[in-house]
Every structure is written in structure tokens, then in C-alpha cells.
Design a protein around this ligand. Structure first.
Ligand SMILES: *Cc1c(COP(=O)(O)O)cnc(C)c1O
Length: 466
């Protein structure tokens, strides 16, 4: 008998290992099916190694050890919290907006008990789920009516499908944008069953371009807030209110996709002016769509506001049912919106607003705290510096805006910056920083309270391991 055969025969059976695992307390919290799967996988791997002549000496202990780490890996949640040290406030890859405390407690309360989601408590009759928020949205935006759906891409699809199916929608070429995550205006328009009628040029579109595009089959003028890029130089575009005036003249409603859509005028807080939802409503748009989890700082949702006639039509579209918002989102949205009744409170308590409007003096304090924590933890293992840089709002809001910030930068002495970045990303919790100019950059703007010490101790562990 060859060694290979001998080794294969020496492999224990899965039942034997399962028995051992049952008596091993390290396996006690792991479901039996997962333990079994892991044991099988480990045995299979061993078999292959033996056949390839690369197997180590096999013992039950070794097999159990391997199965345990495999099983632990299997039951670990895939969706986990990370530390955002990028300074990008609305980071789409990192989950966009953080919810405020009110929203979190409302979610918990509604998730644990039955609710009046679709029951009108006054009449005992069937109620409408949007009623939890539609009045509040109207109050905050000045709109006649409102509805919320799963996300803003869904809101745009639904509105176009309702208002312009099989008919023409006139859009400026400069507004046929792609938003991250494969939302492209022309594609959404096609899926909604509309016929795209492009007008103007990439950099300039005039009112007369819209006017001459109007034909028998024109259903809608669409404006899209080009929220993630900016054309500079020789440009022209038509203001919403001028387009509305033209539309009134021709009997054509106007829709605006605001994208990030804000309820506060950021110019009051030293940031550039982003058109508010109230502005768009006041300009006379038939419907306006925007996201719940961009500048609003709430849960993922698509909010549609506008004239009662338009929203009523949208409510009747069967697609509305397919795109409907769930009760947890609704709870979070209601609480987040509620804070906007007192703008100061909203700025204080909604994390997105707080991070975007953080005074520079506070950034300096945060940077200092982070610097001290890191210095204390890693001593001479790296060169640590302050660096004045810029944070980005992200999430398709405030195109190209730089928010002045003070970063802490780390250059390890015994490790490449790229290996440091990787090791930080693979830590638990994962820490997401960036590399610039051969330094590892940590932007305090998006680092939450209590995370400084985690960052510092993770850095220390990685640099000392080296
Ligand atoms: C972000 C964005 C969307 C998509 O919104 P989601 O809430 O991500 O679905 C649509 N239009 C514009 C202009 C946007 O900026």
C-alpha cells in the first residue's frame, strides 16, 4: 500500500468528528448543519491535499481546529459596521446616511409591536401607509401632496411611468446624467416606457430648445439636478421657474428630479446653495423627486412631492405597490422629518447635517484627539502628522464642493502604506481610510465618537505585528 492510500484510510469519518465536535464547547453556539458542512469541507480538502501529496500529518485535533475556524467564518455576519475615516459624509459604498437617534428608537418600537401601518385608528377602516409622513412632508416642503417609495430611482421610474408612458419627455442633453450605482437617466426613462426627446447641447440649453421640441406627443418637461458633476465655462441652462412658465403656456407639466434634495438652505451655514425642495415646489413643478438618504440624512427612500393631481395619479399606478416603502423605513423617515420642524435641532441631531456643517474649530479638536490617541498607542512606529485637506460631501450632493478639514496622516516606518491600508480594512471593525502621497490619511469629519481609540489600537496592533 502506498503512503497516499495509507493516509487516505487514516482520515476519520465525518460522524466521528461530529461526535468530537458535540463534546467540544467551542462548537456549542454553532448550528449543527454548519458544523457538519465545515467538517465535510475540511475532510474534502484533506483528501485533495493527500492525493496531491501535500497533506500535513492529520490528527483529529487539527481537523477540528480547521473546521472550527471555517464554521466561525461561515456564521459571521456579512453586513458589518465599519469606521469611515474617508471624510466622505454620504459614502454610497459605506451605506450613505447614518440615522439619528430618534429614528433608531422609532424603528425599534415599531418593529417589536403591531402598528397602525395600514389601519385608520379613527374609523377602523383600512388606512394608507404614506399617511404617517405625507402631511409632514407637505408641511416641510409647501407641497400639496406627497408619496414615498423605496428609493429615488424608483420614484423617478414611477413618476415617469405614470405621467408620460408611451409619450415624449423633453430633457436637456446636459442633464442626461449617470448617478453612481448604474442609475442612468436615459435608461430609467426607457424602462419607464417614455420616449426620450433630447434638446440643447451638453453645455448649453435654452428655453427655445424646449419650446421647439414640443409636439403632439409631448407629455412632460423633465429637469434633472446634475448633482454629481459640474460643467464650467460657457454654459447655459433653463431655470425651473422659466420652464414651468413655458409648460403652463403649452399645457405641459414639469417634473424635477432633485437627486439629493435638501430641506435646509445650506448657504445659511457657510456652504454653497443647493436648491431646496421648497424652492422646487414654489417654482411650480408638477412633481419633484428626491432621496431619503442623501442630504436629508434619513433612511433609503424616494420622496415624491407636488400637485395633488399628479400625486393622486401616481398613487393609482400599480407600480407604486411594487415600490412601496416598508414600515421600518417609514418609522425612520417620520422621526427624521420630525426633527426638521426645528432646524437647529435637525442640524444638531441628524448626523449627516452635523458632519456637513461641523465648524472648523470642532474639526481641529477632533483631529487633535485622534492625533493624541494614535501617538500614545504607536509611539515611534510611524511618522504622524496633521495635514489640512478637504472632505467631500459625497452621495451625489454638492458637486465638486471641498469642505476644509484637518486630517491625521500616518507613514509607517516598517510597513508600506498600501499594506497598512489593507490591514486596517481587514480589521474588526474594518477601518476605511485612504492613501495620498504615500501616507495613510484619516479624516476626523466622519469618525464617530469613541472610534479614535479603536483606530489607535488597531494601528498599534498592525504596526507591532510587523
Ligand atoms: C442619487 C440620485 C438618484 C437616485 O436616487 P437613489 O435614492 O439612490 O435611488 C436619482 N437622481 C439623481 C439626480 C440622483 O442624484
Amino acid at each position: 500500500m502506498t503512503d497516499t492510500h495509507k493516509n487516505l484510510r487514516a482520515l476519520p469519518g465525518v460522524d466521528h468528528l461530529l461526535e468530537l465536535a458535540k463534546r467540544d464547547s467551542r462548537f456549542s453556539a454553532i448550528p449543527r448543519s454548519v458544523v457538519l458542512d465545515s467538517l465535510r469541507q475540511v475532510l474534502e480538502g484533506m483528501r485533495k491535499d493527500i492525493l496531491a501529496g501535500t497533506g500535513p500529518v492529520i490528527t483529529d485535533t487539527l481537523l477540528l481546529e480547521k473546521a472550527l475556524s471555517l464554521a466561525e467564518e461561515k456564521i459571521k455576519p456579512r453586513l458589518v459596521g465599519v469606521i469611515n475615516a474617508t471624510g466622505v459624509v454620504l459614502h454610497t459604498n459605506l451605506g450613505r446616511a447614518l440615522l439619528c437617534d430618534d429614528a433608531l428608537s422609532h424603528i425599534t418600537a415599531i418593529a417589536k409591536t403591531y402598528s397602525n401601518l395600514e389601519l385608520n385608528l379613527n374609523t377602523g377602516q383600512r388606512g394608507i401607509r404614506y399617511e404617517a409622513v405625507d402631511g409632514l412632508i407637505c408641511e416641510l416642503t409647501g407641497a400639496e401632496s406627497a408619496i414615498v417609495v423605496n428609493n429615488n430611482a424608483g420614484a423617478v421610474l414611477l413618476a415617469l411611468n405614470t405621467l408620460a408612458r408611451r409619450r415624449e419627455v423633453v430633457v436637456s442633453r446636459g442633464e442626461l446624467v449617470e448617478i453612481g450605482g448604474s442609475f442612468r437617466v436615459p435608461d430609467v426613462m426607457e424602462k419607464s416606457g417614455c420616449i426620450l426627446k433630447e434638446v440643447g447641447t451638453t453645455n448649453r440649453t435654452h428655453l427655445r430648445d424646449y419650446e421647439t421640441a414640443v409636439g403632439e406627443n409631448t407629455a412632460l418637461f423633465l429637469k434633472v439636478h446634475t448633482s454629481n458633476y459640474k460643467i464650467e465655462g460657457f454654459t447655459a441652462n433653463v431655470a425651473l421657474k422659466d420652464l414651468v412658465a413655458l409648460g403652463q403656456n403649452k399645457g405641459i407639466p414639469v417634473m424635477e428630479d432633485l437627486g439629493s434634495g435638501t430641506l435646509v438652505d445650506f448657504s445659511k451655514y457657510g456652504l454653497p446653495h443647493e436648491p431646496t425642495v421648497r424652492d422646487a415646489v414654489r417654482s411650480g413643478a408638477h412633481v419633484v423627486t428626491f432621496s431619503g438618504d442623501k442630504l436629508l440624512g434619513g433612511p433609503q427612500a424616494g420622496i415624491i412631492v407636488g400637485k395633488k393631481a399628479g400625486i393622486d395619479e401616481i398613487r393609482k399606478n400599480p407600480l407604486t405597490r411594487a415600490l412601496r416603502i416598508d414600515k421600518l423605513t417609514l418609522a425612520a423617515l417620520e422621526s427624521t422629518l420630525g426633527l426638521y420642524r426645528d432646524e437647529e435641532k435637525a442640524l444638531r441631531e441628524i448626523p449627516t447635517l452635523r458632519m456637513l456643517t461641523l465648524p472648523f474649530t470642532e474639526i481641529l479638536q477632533k483631529a487633535d484627539t485622534l492625533f493624541q490617541a494614535i501617538q500614545k498607542a504607536i509611539g515611534p512606529l510611524a511618522d504622524i502628522q496633521f495635514s489640512d485637506m478637504n472632505s467631500r460631501p459625497g452621495g451625489g450632493s454638492f458637486p465638486e464642493l471641498d469642505l476644509p478639514t484637518r486630517c491625521v496622516t500616518v507613514q509607517p516606518l516598517n510597513l508600506t502604506v498600501s499594506r497598512l491600508e489593507t490591514a486596517m480594512r481587514l480589521s474588526t471593525p474594518a477601518i476605511i481610510g485612504r492613501i495620498e502621497g504615500n501616507r495613510y490619511i484619516l479624516d476626523p469629519r466622519t469618525i464617530q465618537e469613541g472610534q479614535d481609540t479603536i483606530i489607535a489600537s488597531t494601528l498599534a496592533r498592525i504596526l507591532k505585528e510587523k
